[in-house]
Design a protein around this ligand. Structure first.
Ligand code: AMP
Ligand code: GLY
Length: 448
């Protein structure tokens, strides 16, 4: 007994010592090139635990805080060389595609990469985003609230048509696989839904449409909840609301996101505790029961239906532009959270979240999300150097910053309330100009 207690005193002292030993500083590589990766890089660049930051391929926004590595991120071997050549300790993956394609498994199985702290799920975990059918079956198995559904392939198309007839309009059709954000169709007319169903099942989205999930339409207000998990423990990051349509008043075409606000006023403590108990905990327990290796982000797209949360979708990454609103509200050290996550010790971390409101605006190219021109010179961005200006689709051409994508710049203002955040945001936004600049004027207006 005496022996045991003196042993525990020694263990306590060793732990105490470890706490005060200088931690090894990290060499971190962020994979991706959008506003989301720029925002994550911005946050990590402030960490006292950082030795050196790399982005692959990164963008002109990340180039001022990190070393951009111009590699093809579709090539796992190119990523491996970048990691080994630069003695990278940690890899943070921004987009879903490398994860769905198995980058996490590649790191786990390669002897020379085994020690690298990889922030992102295995390919099995990434199926939560990579296969709608898998995600819905997972939710159904673990009794996670979501819309009623069935899935079909070309051999069961007649059953699918009968299922459509059994539902009320509007009809929600989802291509099973990744379809560049275009795989969800919401259709009012049942005949049209049947035509679209046939088109998807006969190749409109290639093999991503080999199966189609048809589900009930959920009425309510959407929000996004983000979780960082080591597969056992989790931290809930700030929630956000995304503005998906191109035009003010949520009119016009669906886009990747025209703005975001965090926090979301209707996501009060009561609602968030339902999200935690009914969705987050069963999701993590489900992953464990399925023996799915999951270290990374889970982005839960939710519908608030009369005060009850329902899952619309899982993503295995952060959202864009939500990240540009979420990350500025995290006051604790995200890199420290990542280190703990890699060690499977996220339980020792406490996330500190600012009470301020973040309002994010995405400036896009005229014509986005349809055809747009690029290559226009951007002026005014350098005047906002001290602000939270994140590059999405920009490039350097002959020493000048030019537009390079549909979504060009994400700008965030942090303020005491949504109204003051909006005022500050839109006054900052006026400083940026380029030919064809367009942005919504109503980000956050509905939440006042
Ligand atoms: P996703 O591409 O999965 O993000 O879905 C696109 C959008 O479709 C979501 O953001 C929702 O607005 C909408 N949506 C998806 N599933 C449903 C559903 N079952 N009921 C109502 N809206 C939905
Ligand atoms: N803004 C939505 C997404 O990142 O999927």
């Amino acid at each position: 007994m005496k022996y045991a207690s003196s042993l525990s005193i020694v263990a306590y002292k060793v732990n105490l010592l470890l706490l005060f030993l200088p931690k090894k500083k990290m060499r971190v590589l962020i994979i991706g090139s959008g506003g989301r990766e720029n925002a994550i890089a911005w946050k990590i660049s402030k960490s006292p635990l950082l030795e050196k930051l790399f982005c692959a391929p990164g963008n002109p926004g990340t180039s001022s805080i990190a070393v951009n590595l111009s590699i093809d991120i579709k090539s796992f071997d190119a990523i491996k060389s970048a990691v080994l050549d630069n003695s990278v300790d940690m890899v943070v993956v921004g987009p879903e595609e490398p994860l769905v394609n198995g980058l996490g498994d590649f790191f786990k199985n390669d002897e020379s990469l085994k020690e690298v702290n990889f922030i992102g799920p295995s390919s099995q975990g990434a199926k939560l985003e990579g296969s709608k059918e898998f995600a819905k079956d997972f939710m159904s198995k673990y009794r996670i609230p979501t819309a009623g559904y069935k899935s079909f392939d070309i051999d069961t198309i007649e059953d699918a048509e009968r299922y459509i007839d059994s539902l009320k309009a509007p009809y929600v059709l989802k291509a099973d696989g990744l379809a560049a954000g275009k795989g969800v169709l919401i259709i009012d007319d049942s005949q049209q839904a049947k035509r679209e169903l046939r088109e998807i099942l006969t190749g409109r989205f290639g093999s991503a449409g080999d199966k189609v999930v048809i589900e009930e339409f959920l009425c309510g207000i959407e929000l996004s909840v983000f979780v960082l998990t080591d597969g056992k423990n989790y931290l809930i990051l700030p929630e956000a609301k995304d503005y998906k349509r191109a035009g003010d008043g949520d009119k016009g075409l669906n886009t990747g996101g025209m703005g975001a606000v965090s926090p979301v006023p209707f996501a009060d403590a009561n609602f968030m505790s339902k999200v935690e108990s009914r969705i987050i905990i069963p999701t993590i327990e489900g992953l464990q029961k399925e023996e799915i290796d999951y270290k990374g982000f889970i982005f839960i797209g939710l519908m608030n239906c009369n005060g009850d949360p329902y899952v619309i979708e899982y993503n295995v990454r952060m959202g864009d532009p939500e990240t540009e609103a979420v990350v500025p509200r995290i006051e604790s050290d995200l890199l420290a959270h990542f280190i703990a996550l890699g060690e499977g010790k996220l339980e020792r971390e406490k996330i500190k979240i600012s009470h301020k409101c973040a309002v994010t605006l995405v400036m896009v190219s005229g014509g986005y999300p349809q055809n747009f021109e690029k290559g226009f010179e951007i002026s005014g961005a350098s005047d906002l150097a001290g602000e939270m200006l994140f590059h999405s689709g920009t490039s350097m051409k002959e020493g000048k910053l030019v537009t390079f994508g549909g979504r060009v710049i994400a700008l965030t203002a942090l303020a005491d309330g949504i109204q003051s955040g909006r005022e500050r945001l839109y006054s900052l936004a006026q400083k940026v100009t380029y030919k064809g600049i367009y942005y919504r004027r109503d980000i956050g207006l509905d939440l006042l």
